[in-house]
Design a protein around this ligand. Structure first.
Ligand code: B3K
Ligand code: ZN
Length: 868
């Protein structure tokens, strides 16, 4: 490694030595040299008379204290130290930045023609020198000045309080945000947009203006985001009692954005992918994604903005909680079971994989070099599971009491994860002492279950054992408090009451020791057990289910999630068996009765189509990879392919009939219609592997009236490698070349193409006129798809995939370190593979580690991977 970078530790937190209570900012916007004047009120808190401010990637023009030019300061590449300061003073700092050259998309940059900012986690320090930490809350007043013709809209946080014209075609607008906030929630936008306007009347009767800003010509793609926003505002009042607190709420869609969206106070900035949708350009998945992300950013207003984080180690305080809230929002509006299934897929697939990687960390990390590296599935999704477990342990009523108490105590402040847990405990009187370990322990617990039925005394014994494998960051592990939701069924399918020590108990068991026995009484026949219902804890479960028990649960379990989970378990059993058979050069197997179980689901007249679609979806290649060490990518792909083709061949009549029955006359975005399309398109993906596949796919492509059906046809053609693939791809790209967001779908199909020669095609595709490595969405859809969703080719034993990855990372390390750092993840997990692949990947990581200008984002991850 060419550098050693300073890590920060959670245990080292100290409160700030100075406070900045107010800041008045003026942005004089120009493409190449924007001048920023910041006038702050600063109050000394401790005894230190040197103020050390964060700042990087900018030019310092001047420093004044109480209006006097100040010369007692030093500037380094990361700080400004100002010496000899009084107790209280006004600080004026003038800086200069170059938004056009800012390809890192952090701080102030240009996205297409518009100026915009991204300050979380530590981007404000690229705008001015500041105490850029979340526990410094200040009131912001912001004046934005720019050319009026090019930038008719000048936006910032809070309410618009004044405006005016200047010479030379420039104009200005002044904004004031009455709510003190940390610098990461600051935002400025200037540009030319079309605006969709609406209003929302809050429960106490205040009218809020809602404005969605999109690139000119895109107004017809904004209504879904607007209705999602209104739904989110309504839902947050109804379920949590939270009301919006400014007169205006703005959302701006930009094309160049490192992540999904940003919850800046009153002025959300969004990746256009999560705003723009109409039936011709967006799929059902896109529509649902917009609803979830619009909701998520809105919900941050209370969980994140009104109550923020004391330090970045507490990130899950706002993110885990807000993900929990957005998941509940989507579940209350749509199908709870389908939402739960999709969230659990993320945990069992990529989150478990992250937990098993060198980047393994607790939801509240202990040590960080680059904070942007910790916006992870662990902090977000596992963080949300931790909140969900609290919800399970307390129940909705006590959980809501806990939320109210949390807000009462901490509104307007920067809080910690522990503050949240204490509020939950105090409001409910549930003891969460041991539960707190979920915040500090990394890795995925493995729960092994055994059962035994004793006819002699009518007892059923459940024995649970938990272990957590050591992780790179933490060799020692302790027993966690695991809420284990179980149900017992009689042979006739009725739910048996749970009685322990003569007392009735509810279905959630408190599993707290390394091993624990639960003896259920009055069980008069051997029952079937449903374990970890609703995925009541983010753990791996091992229990030796028989095929017949799983088939029983697929039909009889009282809750849909448990039925789906039984189906997944059954599929998993045969996947594992077939992978072993493949490795031993033997024939694959899939018994008739297993196929019949899935046929029964497909033909069910009571289940919702959306749910049937989930039941028929095989686990992803990546999820299956997580079950093995070493991972055999080829064997997994072959076994999955066999399962798909066998189900398709054996159920082809039923799949065909269902496919035709579900044809819709009109497209509408409501949950039942989305469910029908999803089942129909699952049927198509199976049928694509049969004799009629090509004809069926071509006919769907030609008759599709919406993007969901178009992409489903192309996806089936791609996965089944149908001969129509090339023709469909070229027709599509001719039609959509001008539209980057739509082309992302096409790039993704190129990236995931299972064809053997795909790498050369991907390299060619990089010179497609719609592609640019400078745009994160394009990069993720073509290159990211290849790295993450094309395992057989990416992990090709000739090492070509890894070499390509390394070339791309060298470029991205320079232009956009955050994106580089996202893209490197699959390489970090090299120890899961055979020795040849391990060595090939290691070689590339070592090469990267020697880069002269290695950004700290990549440095932190590579160092961990090589140390592992
Ligand atoms: N809080 C932002 C994410 C910021 C990521 C910084 N690298 C969006 C969100 O989680 O809502
Ligand atoms: Zn968030």
């Amino acid at each position: 490694m060419s550098q050693q970078l300073q890590a920060k530790y959670r245990k080292d937190y100290t409160s700030p030595e100075f406070m900045i209570t107010d800041i008045d900012l003026t942005f004089d916007l120009l493409d190449e040299d924007t001048k920023i004047t910041a006038i702050s009120k600063v109050v000394k808190q401790g005894t230190n008379s040197t103020l050390s401010l964060d700042g990087e990637h900018m030019e310092l023009l001047s420093v004044h204290i109480n209006e006097e030019q100040w010369s007692e300061y030093e500037v380094t590449p990361s700080h400004l130290y100002i010496h000899g300061l009084p107790e209280q003073f006004e600080l004026q700092i003038v800086t200069k930045v170059n938004p056009s050259k800012n390809t890192a998309l952090e701080g102030l940059y240009k996205s297409g023609g518009a100026f915009c900012t991204q300050c979380e986690a530590e981007g404000f320090r690229r705008i001015t020198y500041f105490l850029d930490r979340p526990d410094v809350l200040a009131k912001y007043t912001t004046t934005v000045i720019a050319d009026k013709a090019e930038n008719p809209y000048l936006l910032s946080n809070g309410n618009r309080i004044d405006s005016g014209e200047l010479e030379g075609g420039r104009h200005w607008v002044k904004w004031m945000d009455p709510h003190p906030k940390p610098s990461y929630l600051f935002a400025v936008v200037a540009g030319q947009f079309d605006v969709l306007r609406d209003q929302f009347v809050t429960k106490s009767g205040r009218t809020v203006d809602l404005e969605i800003f999109v690139d000119q010509g895109n107004l017809d793609r904004a209504p879904h985001a607007m209705s999602s926003l209104i739904n989110a505002m309504t839902w947050d009042e109804e379920r949590f009692g939270f009301e919006y607190d400014l007169d205006i709420y703005m959302v701006v869609a930009v094309d160049f954005f490192n992540m999904g969206a940003m919850e800046n106070k009153g002025l959300n900035i969004f990746n256009s992918k999560y705003v723009l949708a109409n039936d011709q350009t967006a799929t059902d998945t896109d529509y649902l994604g917009i609803e979830a992300v619009i909701g998520h950013e809105y919900f941050h207003n209370w969980t994140g903005n009104r109550i923020t984080c004391r330090d970045w180690f507490q990130l899950s305080l706002k993110e885990g909680l807000t993900v929990f809230r957005d998941q509940e929002f989507s579940s209350d509006l749509g199908s709870r079971a389908v939402n739960r299934i999709n969230n659990v897929r993320i945990i069992r697939g990529p989150q478990f994989s992250e937990d098993a990687s060198p980047m393994s960390h607790p939801i509240r990390p202990e040590k960080v070099i680059e904070m942007n590296n910790f916006y992870t599935l662990t902090v977000y999704e596992k963080g949300s599971e931790v909140i969900r477990m609290i919800h399970t342990l307390l129940g909705e009523e006590n959980f809501q009491k806990g939320m109210q108490l949390y807000v009462e105590r901490h509104d307007g402040t920067a809080a910690t994860c522990d503050d949240f847990v204490v509020a939950m405990e105090d409001a409910s009187e549930v003891d969460l002492t041991q539960f707190r370990l979920w915040y500090s322990q990394s890795g995925t617990p493995l729960v092994k279950a055994k059962t035994e039925y004793n006819q002699s005394d009518n007892t059923f014994i459940l024995e649970l054992e938990q272990t957590t494998e050591p992780t790179l960051d933490q060799p020692e592990k302790q027993a966690l408090h695991i809420p284990m939701n179980v149900e017992l069924y009689s042979k006739s399918g009725s739910v048996l009451p749970l009685i322990i020590d003569g007392e009735s108990i509810d279905s959630v068991l408190d599993f707290k020791q390394e091993s624990q026995r639960f003896i259920f009484e009055n069980i008069n026949e051997e029952p079937v057990i449903s374990l970890l219902r609703e995925f009541s804890a983010p753990v791996k479960l091992e229990y030796d289910y028989s095929d017949s028990d799983l088939m029983f649960l697929m039909v009889n379990a009282k809750n849909e999630f448990a039925r789906w989970d039984a189906g997944q378990n059954l599929i998993a059993k045969y996947l594992r068996r077939n992978i072993t058979l493949y490795q031993a050069n033997q024939d694959f197997v899939l018994p008739e009765n297993v196929l019949d179980a899935f046929k029964g689901i497909l033909l069910s007249e009571v289940l919702e189509p959306a749910f049937i679609a989930e039941m028929l979806t095989l686990p992803s290649q990546n999820e299956v990879a997580g079950w093995f060490k070493p991972v055999d990518v080829d064997a997994i792909a072959e076994a999955l392919g066999f399962m798909k083709k066998t189900i398709a061949a054996e159920l082809s009549d039923e799949l065909t009939a269902m496919y035709h029955t579900l044809k819709q006359e009109n497209y509408s975005v409501d949950h039942p219609s989305i469910g029908q399309r999803s089942l129909r398109n699952i049927c198509l993906s199976y049928l694509a592997t049969t004799e009629n596949g090509d004809a069926l796919v071509v006919s769907q492509y030609q008759s599709a009236t919406n993007m969901t059906d178009t992409i489903a046809a192309m996806n089936s053609a791609n996965q089944a490698q149908l001969s129509c693939r090339e023709k469909l791809m070229s027709t599509f790209s001719e039609k959509w070349t001008h539209d980057g967001l739509v082309m992302d779908k096409w790039f993704m199909l190129q990236g995931t193409n299972p064809a053997k020669d795909v790498l050369s095609v991907i390299k060619e595709t990089m010179s497609h006129s719609a592609f640019s490595l400078k745009n994160p969405n394009r990069t993720r859809s073509l290159i990211g798809a290849f790295f993450n969703q094309n395992p057989v080719n990416f992990h090709s034993i000739d090492g070509s995939g890894y070499q390509f990855a390394s070339e791309i990372l060298v470029t991205l390390n320079e232009s956009n370190p955050q994106i580089a750092s996202r893209m490197i993840d699959p390489l970090l997990k090299y120890r899961q593979f055979d020795e040849t692949r391990q060595n090939l990947i290691r070689t590339e990581l070592e090469k990267l580690s020697k880069l002269d200008n290695l950004a700290k984002d990549l440095y932190e991850k590579i160092a961990k991977a090589l140390e592992a």
